[in-house]
Design a protein around this ligand. Structure first.
Ligand SMILES: [Cu+2]
Length: 155
């Protein structure tokens, strides 16, 4: 398999099959993935129980969203494109949830243009259900199919 990294995106389902919920260690989750500019995060949750705030680091640390809020999402199925190579910080702003662990920060890196050729493709791990590739360069409906595909895979 040969692919050019700049032409793909990955879609990360936050919390994997558990989704964006209480009782999950999202710092652990975030540390198990590498994020590249152009990738997407998908937050799945019941929209009357949680929400997603993109905040500055200080707000992430304090869990006090009275300031430092960059964006708010509450659809229950929020797909957020990581458009810039920088740090992103996310919290749930339902009372107590951020302090209870519904928060994480990620470092989004610039895409590099190197071509990857796995030395032994037969031993490559199978694709994980939490991400799908080849979405970024195609129209939105293709991204939707990507999401659909990994939703089906993760059930
Ligand atoms: Cu919450």
């Amino acid at each position: 398999m040969i692919f050019v990294e700049t032409s793909i995106c990955e879609v990360f389902l936050v919390g994997d099959e558990d989704g964006w919920n209480s009782g999950i260690n999202f710092v652990n989750w975030s540390q198990n993935h590498n994020f590249t500019k152009g990738d997407f995060l998908v937050f799945n949750y019941l929209n009357n129980e949680h929400n997603v705030y993109e905040v500055i680091e200080e707000t992430y640390r304090s869990c006090d969203a009275s300031n430092g809020v960059l964006d708010e999402y509450d659809s229950g199925n929020d797909k957020i494109e990581l458009k810039e190579a920088r740090n992103y910080w996310f919290i749930c702003n339902v009372a107590g949830h951020c302090l209870g662990g519904m928060r994480f920060g990620i470092e989004v890196k610039e895409a590099n243009s190197s071509i990857h050729i796995p030395l032994n493709p037969l031993q490559s791990p199978p694709p994980k259900p939490s991400h799908a590739s080849n979405c970024g360069r195609y129209p939105m409906w293709t991204s939707f199919i990507c999401i659909l595909a990994f939703k089906i895979l993760s059930h």
